[in-house]
Design a binder for this molecule. Structure first.
Ligand code: NAD
Ligand code: WQD
Length: 342
């Protein structure tokens, strides 16, 4: 009998890739999503990849009654992977209450249901944004968290504390917080990827839309940072490598291999790549010349961050495998699929 895993936000970018990896690892996946930032067609794409259409319910996890009702009707859930959240940094600055309500209330509703219905395990989507601009690089899990630059980043830090403190008070629970660095790319089938809704805030979707002629030019936000080429550095990780890490984290919890009831892991490649290196890397990987212009820094941006992945490598036995060329090619293949470009 396959073990049942609830994936909240499972029609979203990272969630859909994780559903694929879970199904391909033999898990039975249930998806809950309110489709506020994804579309129901993603379920058909998942089925095209794995042959299995996941069980799906559409509702707002910030609705306590609907969330409780879901758990009342769906017994036997062994673990939750909690992706569902609002994630646009800029929007969170304009609408802080929407972000605090959505991201914190969904977390609290799920934890209350875990306690009430005996769902022991949860994997939580956190973010390297909790580190702010670290003083020392690469960043380990012991690097002190800082006040985030945005309400969104704050919800990640506060949710880590909510999870930690709830587990401390309810030691039957076990949780893993995964701090993602910069997820990019798409499934090699190009059937799932990051949905292009509105003007992309993130670098890679903006690069691929510029390459597709949808955007006039890419603006490179700053070349006066204290980095080799002056542009900012990040740790870009292929979304499929990230998805595989969630399967490993679930296995760790279900097998009881976790050393503590609350664990945190950095999920990055361990390599820092600059914006200009991403531009050059995309041109090399795809043969498409990018139209870009250097402009001033973007408010709120940090200068440089990349992960020390030793703990995840050793404890999870997981390591990012895909290189930058493969990652950028997959992003371009997805863009061409979405735009019907040959
Ligand atoms: P996404 O927006 O593609 O996926 C989130 C999904 O959650 C969407 O399908 C959305 O419809 C759903 N959702 C949001 N609020 C909901 C609610 N109240 N009830 C039910 N469903 C709800 O985002 P993503 O990039 O896949 O991110 C997934 C998680 O990873 C988020 O928690 C995000 O904060 C975190 N994360 C993302 C990144 C990144 O760069 N993409 C980096 C670090 C952390
Ligand atoms: C990467 C680099 C930009 C766009 C954000 C969130 C973080 C997480 C991941 C949710 C930066 C530069 C970008 C552009 C550019 N999301 N850039 N031109 O800011 O590292 O992280 O997404 O958890 O919380 O903060 O990612 O892709 O926006 O930017 O020059 O048009 O690319 O300045 O240096 P970021 P990003």
């Amino acid at each position: 009998m396959s073990k049942k895993i609830l994936v909240t936000g499972g029609t979203g970018y990272i969630g859909s890739h994780t559903v694929v990896e879970l199904q391909e690892s033999g898990y039975e996946v249930l998806v809950v999503d309110n489709l506020s930032n994804s579309s129901i067609e993603v379920l058909d794409s998942i089925e095209k990849i794995t042959g299995i259409k996941p069980y799906f319910e559409q509702f707002d996890l910030a609705d306590q009654k609907k969330t409780d009702d879901f758990f009342q009707r769906n017994s036997g859930i062994e673990a939750i992977i909690h992706f569902a959240a609002s994630k646009a940094v800029g929007e969170s600055v304009e609408k802080p209450l929407l972000y605090y309500r959505n991201n914190l209330v969904t977390m609290m509703n799920l934890l209350e249901c875990q306690i009430k219905y005996g769902v022991r395990n949860i994997v939580f989507s956190s973010s390297c944004t909790v580190y702010g601009q670290p003083n020392k690089l690469p960043v380990t899990e012991e690097t002190p968290r800082k006040d985030a630059e945005s309400p969104y980043g704050n919800t990640k830090r506060v949710n880590e504390d909510i999870l930690h403190d709830t587990i401390f008070a309810n030691p039957q629970l076990c949780g893993i917080a995964l701090r993602y660095f910069n997820p990019v790319g798409a499934h090699p089938s190009a059937l799932i990827g990051e949905l292009p809704l509105g003007v992309p805030q993130n670098l890679v979707p903006f690069i691929t839309q510029t390459a597709a002629g949808i955007r006039e030019e890419l603006k490179v936000f700053g070349d006066d940072y204290d980095t080799p080429d002056g542009s900012a550095i990040r740790d870009y990780i292929h979304v499929v490598d990230l998805a595989k890490a969630h399967v490993v984290a679930i296995k760790r919890l279900l097998n009881g291999d976790n050393k503590k009831n609350y664990e945190v892991f950095n999920l990055g490649t361990g390599n820092g790549v600059s914006v200009l290196e991403m531009v050059k890397g995309f041109e090399k990987a795809t043969g498409v010349k990018l139209n870009y212009k250097i402009v001033g820094r973007r408010a709120g941006d940090i200068e440089k961050i990349w992960a020390d992945t030793t703990f995840a490598n050793q404890e999870l036995g997981w390591k990012a495998e895909k290189n930058l060329e493969e990652t950028l090619s997959s992003a371009w293949k997805w863009e061409k699929h979405v735009r019907g470009i040959k």
